[in-house]
Design a protein around this ligand. Structure first.
Ligand SMILES: Cc1cc2nc3c(=O)[nH]c(=O)nc-3n(C[C@H](O)[C@H](O)[C@H](O)COP(=O)(O)OP(=O)(O)OC[C@H]3O[C@@H](n4cnc5c(N)ncnc54)[C@H](O)[C@@H]3O)c2cc1C
Length: 305
């Protein structure tokens, strides 16, 4: 046994198995959703260890125990949050490399060779790590493996978990589809209060635009729902017009708006980094500028007002 596959979704199980087969006969640790449809995972013809839990702690425990008994050369899994959390624990406890967002993986003899993107996928890096290693893959990188008979299914007991989940609450979502909007008004920490965002909402109403924001506006202040946050770790937008108001232009934000046709920035600091990428820049206090802009547009675009 040369590889261990961590599978939590049926949608990419076949791809992970195909990659793992490059390193020899794999075993599969079926976790979460795929654990419920374990027969389909077993149809790839390899032994499946079923964990009846969806918690990263359970995955970590099962993977740590299987690592000890199976001694895999490589562990492959999907590059998704639960698996990343569990594999970070495993890599730390074993002191072995963990690589994420991998788009290509191959056996380089004495090393594991991989490719991954960085700088918002603008650059692809090729690198090597020593075996053993954990590689978490992005989906759709290879053709799924052929199914090959029925592998044995073994139930894996992880025992009592230390973390006891006492409640689960759904995120507050606006349902706003920023990715589809033609015009987006983006709000940043230049706004002093939640009520002041009305200045942006009024402008958006006149323009038929959607309102999104920077990460701190959604996560730290919670002035906008989480699905209205734009950037590398939020939504990527590609409107015809993006108007950024009181936004400094941090790279993590700008990578989410790089698909915009025209970027207009309103910022009171003339050296704000956003002016480097903006097509049009307005150096002004948003509290003075937005009411004037909205009222002028209201005169020009009376039908939307
Ligand atoms: C791992 C990681 C991931 C991240 N992902 C994201 C992400 O996906 N999206 C994201 O947005 N951020 C993300 N961030 C945070 C990012 O680095 C910045 O901290 C954030 O984008 C800054 O938000 P801001 O522009 O609202 O605030 P600030 O940087 O504080 O900028 C506020 C701006 O408002 C201007 N201003 C102040 N008062 C006025 C006024 N009256 N009129 C006009 N202008 C005014 C200031 O001059 C300043 O330029 C991430 C950070 C990390 C570490």
């Amino acid at each position: 046994m040369k590889a261990l596959v961590v599978s939590q979704r049926l949608s990419d199980a076949g791809e992970l198995v195909a990659v793992a087969r490059r390193f020899g006969e794999p075993a599969i640790l079926a976790f979460q959703e795929s654990a419920l449809k374990v027969e389909e995972v077993a149809a790839y013809g390899h032994r499946v260890y079923r964990v009846r839990s969806d918690r990263p702690e359970a995955l970590y425990r099962a993977a740590a125990s299987l690592y000890e008994s199976l001694n895999p050369k490589v562990i492959v899994g999907p590059s998704v949050k639960n698996v990343k959390d569990a594999m970070a624990l495993l890599a730390g406890s074993l002191d072995i490399p963990l690589i994420t967002e991998v788009v290509e993986l191959s056996d380089g003899g004495s090393v594991l060779t991989y490719k991954r993107g960085f700088m918002s996928e603008r650059v692809t890096m090729t690198a090597e790590v020593p075996y053993p290693a954990i590689a978490l893959l992005n989906p759709k990188i290879v053709k799924p493996a052929e199914k090959a008979g029925r592998g044995e299914v073994v139930d894996f007991d992880v025992g009592d978990l230390k973390v006891n989940v006492v409640g689960v609450r759904a995120k507050e979502l606006s349902g706003v589809k920023l990715e589809e909007a033609e015009v987006v008004v983006g709000v940043g920490r230049g706004f002093k209060s939640r009520e002041d965002l009305n200045l942006a909402f009024e402008l958006a109403k006149i323009l038929g635009a959607q309102v999104g924001g920077t990460r701190p506006i959604a996560t730290d202040f919670k002035w906008l729902p989480e699905d209205a946050w734009i950037g590398i770790s939020g939504k990527r937008i590609a409107p015809k017009l993006y108007i950024a108001v009181g936004v400094s232009g941090a790279p993590q934000h700008m990578s989410g708006v790089s698909g915009s046709k025209v970027i207009v920035a309103v910022n009171k600091d003339k050296s704000a980094p956003i002016f480097i990428q903006a097509d049009y820049g307005v150096v002004a206090d948003l509290y003075k500028f937005l009411p004037i802009l909205t009222s002028k547009l209201r005169e020009k675009l009376p039908r939307r007002a």
